[in-house]
Design a protein around this ligand. Sequence first.
Ligand code: AMP
Ligand code: ZN
Length: 113
Amino acid sequence: MLDGNCVFCRIIKGEIPAAVVYEDDKMCVFKDLEPKAKVHLLAVPKSHFKLLSEAGEEDAEILKYMLTKIPGIAAANGCENGYRLIINQGDDAGQTVFHLHIHILGGQPLGDL
Ligand code: AMP
Ligand code: ZN
């Protein structure tokens, strides 16, 4: 289920432009607007929920699927030498978009970034 007020749902619906690098029926991957590394992608499920703790059975299946797709997507987008995945959860993590997303960071040595 998508949420009309959510920026990532609106990207999924094609209402807001984004630099999409991969999409299928379960997930969408696009470039972060404010990249924190040479490669900074966001992988989002085509299902609106904020936290891992809120994921239903179907959401969990999609997350598992996303983890199987991300290595190939990362490699095809400049992360052949490795990458870092980050999922911010809640206020202390600084989560600003309340649609679960996996940051894919790479394209350079990341160090402590
Ligand atoms: P988080 O702090 O984990 O919630 O990260 C949200 C990320 O979404 C930030 O890195 C933002 O730069 C990114 N972001 C917000 N709006 C957009 C957008 N319209 N297109 C692409 N990235 C976005
Ligand atoms: Zn959403």
